[in-house]
Design a protein around this ligand. Structure first.
Ligand SMILES: [Fe+2]
Ligand SMILES: [Fe+2]
Length: 292
């Protein structure tokens, strides 16, 4: 049992590309070893596990978590990113070949989200079988603090005009409504609440036309509704990824932490420490090559 402060590790955007991706896979071993030997209570992986929506990459990560004893409901939380659910070339080919209705594509996309959740079901419900999906709430009782993770899917299906790169985000009204229900609010009482989604609240946000065009392709379309939901559930923090940058920023009293990109900096991660008075500190840590 963890007595004092609770340490949470957060990584994002692994973009694993098959078993030949040795550098990335070896780095996972390094990081997971470190999390175990230095007493991290929980690990959050905020999406883009795979580079090309390949369940084989999810499997690589699941196996690594298993081999380090981290593949347990109270040890690890994962969510999908756009690269887990959308294969851009296939979407375009499919669209051009059959021109299917958006509703049909949305259905296929929802199936894909569920496929991801079923694959990692143990980390959602604590049971191997089952078909529970997002959103979900995970409440973990530590001896000094109760932590609630409010987990949402922010990946928005590919649409030729509205989401041409598949990288724009949207959190469905159904998910936001579910979070605000009376029973959920009751269960979150006395918890330090942490929201988790893949997309960033804030991307560049400059006036430069190039940045603005880039922002549009990456943005969380309904970020203000999301922020409102986070306020309703009294979230102190939101963990996300997607925009490959290690950063933290505050919006309306909520601290957002971008877990950056494991792909480009595989030995860097975010460390969040929450004490018994519900205060937290956060820093980005880079493992030294010699720490092996
Ligand atoms: Fe990414
Ligand atoms: Fe992403």
């Amino acid at each position: 049992m963890i007595k004092d402060a609770v340490k949470i590790a957060h990584i994002s955007d692994l973009h694993i590309s098959g078993v030949q991706d040795r550098r990335q896979i070896d780095s996972l071993d390094r990081l997971f070893d470190h999390f175990n030997t230095t007493g991290y209570a929980h690990l959050v992986i905020s999406g883009d596990l795979s580079n090309s929506a390949n369940p084989g990459d999810w499997k690589i990560i699941r196996q690594k978590l298993e081999s380090h004893g981290l593949y347990h409901w109270d040890k690890t939380t994962v969510i999908p990113g756009n690269h887990d659910l959308i294969h851009l070339e296939e979407e375009m080919r499919f669209y051009n070949a059959l021109n299917p209705l958006p509703r049909v594509r949305k259905k296929a996309f929802d199936r894909r989200v569920l496929e991801f959740c079923i694959f990692f079901q143990e980390l959602i419900t604590g049971e191997e079988g089952g078909d529970k999906g997002v959103p979900f709430i995970k409440i973990i009782n530590y001896s000094s603090v109760r932590i609630a993770l409010a987990v949402l899917n922010s990946v928005y299906p590919w649409y030729p005009r509205d989401n041409p790169l598949g990288a724009r985000g949207y959190i469905s009204p159904g998910q936001l409504r579910a979070l605000g229900s009376e029973s959920v609010l009751k269960s979150l009482k006395d918890c330090v609440v942490i929201g988790i989604c893949h997309h960033a609240y804030k991307v560049y946000g400059t006036d430069s036309p190039i940045d603005q065009a880039f922002d549009w392709t990456m943005e969380l379309k309904n970020r203000d509704e999301f922020l409102e939901s986070m306020k309703i559930i009294h979230a102190k923090l939101v963990l996300h990824g997607h925009f490959h940058r290690f950063q933290n920023y505050e919006v309306n009293g909520i601290t957002f932490i971008n877990g950056g990109s494991f792909r480009y900096h595989p030995l860097c991660f975010s460390e969040l420490v929450i004490d018994g008075n519900e205060n937290f500190t956060q820093q980005f840590i880079t493992l030294n090559q010699k720490n092996k």
